[in-house]
Design a protein around this ligand. Structure first.
Ligand SMILES: [Zn+2]
Length: 227
């Protein structure tokens, strides 16, 4: 395997490189026959290509993979506007359009909460820790906080609303798993929920097609180890 760092906006990244500020490292692998894959590694973007690929093909594929990753980034890190639009959409689909938030935005200071809601001014805040998680997990937290615009506590009325979102149980399992793994102790939100039964762990999420996995046609097969 050979590695070549091209830096942004030069070499393999071509003219489009300026759009992608992170340095790009192309790794050629003899074991890799046809597949090309790319993923983020800290500040860098790694593109894995077959060793026999020509320079022209390399340039083309780096460009293709960078565009694909950029689209994925946008999908996984929706803006505040995206978030507000999704909230409206979810409220219409699952809450009869009755929950009408005045603002929905990302915040970094959520403490031990994934999301929070202030019914008095109808504002909803989601923790930036959710960014990069599957969209249905973010959607669940949105539905949860939207439901609080209608029902303040976590009683049966509340869960009747939230359970209209089809992936509520799965998303709660996902977040509990994340929280337990990281030992963050983060709950749905600040309220204690003493009556909640324990929910089974869901260690495997086999069909997270919209998840945080590298946008890839093949697992990276040779990352990290020295040449
Ligand atoms: Zn809640």
């Amino acid at each position: 395997m050979t590695r070549r760092s091209t830096g942004a906006g030069e070499g393999s990244a071509g003219d489009d490189g300026a759009l992608f500020p992170s340095p790009v490292e192309v790794r050629r692998s003899a074991r890799r026959r046809r597949t090309v894959s790319a993923y983020r590694e800290g500040e860098r973007t790694i593109v894995l290509i077959p060793a026999r690929m020509s320079r022209a093909e390399e340039r083309r594929w780096v460009s293709v993979m960078l565009e694909r990753l950029a689209r994925q980034d946008a999908r996984l890190r929706p803006s505040d506007d995206d978030l507000a639009a999704r909230a409206v959409d979810l409220a219409r689909k699952h809450l009869d359009g009755r929950a009408k938030p005045a603002s929905v935005r990302w915040v970094t200071n959520q403490g031990s909460r994934w999301g929070s809601c202030t019914p008095a001014d109808r504002t909803i805040r989601l923790s930036t820790r959710l960014q990069g998680m599957p969209s249905w997990v973010v959607d669940y937290v949105l539905v949860h906080e939207l439901a609080h615009l209608l029902v303040p506590g976590h009683g049966p009325d509340f869960w009747e609303l939230v359970d209209r979102f089809p992936r509520t149980e799965r998303a709660r399992g996902y977040l509990e798993g994340v929280s337990a793994t990281a030992e963050l102790g983060i709950r749905d939100d600040a309220d204690d929920e003493p009556d909640e039964p324990d929910e089974p762990d869901e260690p495997d999420e086999p069909d997270e097609s919209d998840g945080a996995a590298p946008d890839d046609t093949d697992e990276p097969d040779d990352t990290g180890e020295p040449d």
